[in-house]
Design a protein around this ligand. Sequence first.
Ligand code: ZN
Length: 162
Amino acid sequence: MKEKRWENWRCHVCGQRMLRRVRQPFEYAVSHDGRPPVKIRIPDLEVIACTNPDCHPEHPHDTIIEDDAAICRITEETYRQLGLLTPTEIRAGRERLGLTQQELQDLLGLGGNSLSRWESGRVYQSRSSDTLLRLVFGLSAAVEFVKGLRGPHWAGHAERPA
Ligand SMILES: [Zn+2]
């Protein structure tokens, strides 16, 4: 069973040990691709919050703790609601093609470390890059077409260490 250390934590507003898991709506705005900010909405995000009825934080958010699971869910929902492949989906798609990050970058003409930044979730891919990835992940004909464009000299044709 997962250890619930937080059950013994004191609320930093009221000082009571009444933190519990609750589901509540969550909303924030994210800017992506130079467009106006998009509202990301999660109607039932599970967070840890103070349940003391006498606890009156200045801002309702002050007694809420987002644990790893909550942060993970926010991240997933952000990708989904922006209409982007998640970092996990990008890695899986690349691995299905049997290409390293460097090879896929060279193949698609992407800037240095793009794949590493997208697969780690440090940076959101642009919509155009997302479309490009979906094309090569979804259509083997697209992969062959781009390989044809790159000719025999792209990195994927180089000798690989065994
Ligand atoms: Zn409290």
